[in-house]
Ligand binder design. Sequence first.
Ligand code: PAF
Length: 281
Amino acid sequence: MIRVDSIAALTEQLQHWKDKRFTLGLVPTMGFFHEGHLALMRKAKSQCDKTVVTIFVNPRQFGPQEDLQLYPRDFEGDVAKARQQGVDLLFSPDPQEMYPDGYQTSVSVAHLSQGLCGTSRPGHFDGVATVVAKLFNLVRPKVAVFGQKDYQQLALLQQMNSDLHFGVEIIAHPIVREEDGLAMSSRNKYLTPLQRQKAVGLFEALQHAAGCISETASVPASILITAVERKIMDIEDCVIDYIAVVDALTLRPKENAEPGDVIALAAFFGGKVRLIDNITL
Ligand code: PAF
């Protein structure tokens, strides 16, 4: 596996592969790999000649009160895991390489960045769209793989890809879950053993709500939201950020939930660890 941390070295290596007409698959990440990340890498590998993984804890997507400094990192462990998956190139720039002095440009996806996680994380999705646009331009991949756990991020990046004519084939990878159903996340590491045990309640609440809707009928969204709310309010040490039933493409809140809609939620454990999850009805 080739490791580069400068844009110049990345561009030089990619040029060799492009000269040979190799197709590139991109998996942008912030590192601290778990099985969810590795599944994205395997997917990219199955679709392209060469797989490029990026590790960059993007400061622009963290708010002033958020956990940028505390974001978990294990670079050497990540290198070993990526190598094991047969990743061809690992790009791990530092913030100065991505945002040199005088950097000014930001990408903003107007509507899809609002609501849901956008409400409690203002500016977050501008940071995500900006860094992914830069990575798309640097790598020019044929495909890029993103996980469905970050549902709003995925929808917004699909919109950006279409609006800005990147022409990347974006692959949505299903949520990878722990054995008990908790969605895998780098932030799970911050849960105490008891919180970790209880955190599966988020997925159970979503499953419960999904079970309230039949394949044909529509149900008032408020009924599903209340059902999820009740379950989560029973989880010790857990505070709801939001629960919403939204259209799968536009992410607009639905009055009546139908099969194909998405229930998305975010909740805090111990006041600090913010977990997200979603389920398609
Ligand atoms: O999902 C993530 O890990 C990040 O938001 C991403 C897409 C790598 C952009 O920094």
